[in-house]
Write a protein that binds this ligand. Structure first.
Ligand code: GLA
Length: 363
């Protein structure tokens, strides 16, 4: 080979190798979907500097893990705390990210006062509607044109397809969903609006969501996407069922988002277990306190890759894949359903090293 060609080839190899090193996940999947992460307080405040670096390099969408939930942002009637939510939105803007607000109406982490009167009874339908409207309008208006999409209603349907008996449902019946969407749309007509839930593979839940989406559409109420939370495990859900749901939601004409992706590497907890030896039970529930054994890690990576491949197969309708945290240390799974479990559910490990299955996509 001529010397000049050799030099050129070497330079090209070095350049493309370093370019590859610089590429984040968001670049690797740029033609497919946004790659998102949920931000915790330490990341939002810039205290977790290593986490922030990973976020900037690899993610082009963010969602608030906790700071926009009603108990945080609207702890008392008439009292809002926007401090952290403001910083969260500023972080997304400064880094040119697709910003998701989570979540406007949810039965859990709900501000204690929200559905009750002074005597501790449920408020009337009229009062709840007023409160919902005020809550949604205030928050969505504050971030108008800045937050690009909202999880308007979170976790409204249970597995058999019936409505969760939340205060919203108990007081307003099924209408609480269209009402919440109308309020959000009125406050920011350009914002995308989503329904979000877990266990979205389950047929009962799937059928009801398809019905709700069609109902909203037939009434001319904006809905842009359904969020399949994606809290998955080593033995659930079944891929075929998950894909069936994905297709059913997409079949209504709206987009699908994988909104809270993480996969526990630990055995599924049998909450009803009858245990006499509590220490033995605890140990069995926390089997890998010192690191994930290689065979389990390999299995975890293989299954995560299969999920990612499924998302890629449907990238025509999946517009965002968001992990529920950045690195394993961040994950709520370490404390649920039992405190102190050492879990390994996210895209980066505790040393902030990217998980092997993702490296496959760089090849
Ligand atoms: C649900 C919620 C999230 C989060 C997780 C667990 O999926 O949508 O906001 O609270 O539970 O932390």
């Amino acid at each position: 080979m001529k010397r000049s060609i050799l030099i050129a080839a070497t330079c090209f190899a070095v350049l493309s190798c370093s370019a590859q090193k610089e590429r984040g996940l968001k670049d690797v999947f740029a033609d497919d979907f946004y790659i998102g992460a949920a931000l915790n307080e330490w990341e939002i405040r810039g205290l977790d500097t290593a986490g922030v670096e990973i976020l900037k390099k690899h993610f082009n969408s963010i969602v608030a893990e906790n700071c926009m939930k009603s108990e945080e942002i609207h702890p008392e009637e008439g009292v809002y705390d926007f401090e952290l939510a403001d910083k969260f939105v500023e972080f997304g803007e400064a880094n040119d990210m697709f910003i998701i607000g989570h979540c406007l109406v949810w039965h859990s982490q709900l501000a204690k006062w929200f559905p009750y009167d002074d005597d501790g009874n449920y408020v009337t339908p009229e009062v709840l509607k007023e409160r919902m409207k005020e809550h949604i309008t205030t928050i969505v208006t504050r971030y108008k044109g800045r937050v690009h999409g909202w999880d308007v209603v979170n976790e409204a349907i249970v597995e058999d397809g019936s409505y969760r008996k939340s205060p919203f449902y108990e007081i307003l019946g099924e209408e609480f969903i269209p009402f919440a969407f109308e309020c959000a749309h009125a406050a920011d007509p350009d914002a995308e609006l989503y329904l979000n839930d877990y266990g979205m593979n389950v047929k009962g839940r799937r059928d009801t969501y398809v019905k709700i989406i069609k109902d909203l559409q037939s009434r001319g109420i904006r809905i842009d996407a359904i969020g399949m939370q994606g809290h998955v495990g080593m033995d659930y859900p079944d891929f075929t069922e998950f894909e069936e749901s994905l297709k059913a939601y997409a079949g209504t004409g709206i987009n699908v988002m994988i909104t809270e992706w993480d996969m526990s590497a630990l055995p599924t907890v049998n909450m009803g277990a009858n245990v006499s030896d509590i220490e033995a039970y605890r140990a069995s529930m926390n089997p890998y306190p010192d690191g994930l054994p290689e065979d389990v890690s390999a299995e975890w990576n293989e299954r995560m890759k299969a999920f990612m491949d499924l998302f890629l197969k449907h990238s025509d309708v999946i517009t965002r894949v968001t992990a529920w945290g950045v690195s394993d240390d961040d994950s709520w799974k370490n404390n649920w359903p039992m405190r102190g479990r050492m879990d390994y559910p996210l895209l980066f490990d505790r040393n902030l090293e990217m998980k092997p299955f993702l490296k496959e996509y760089y090849k």
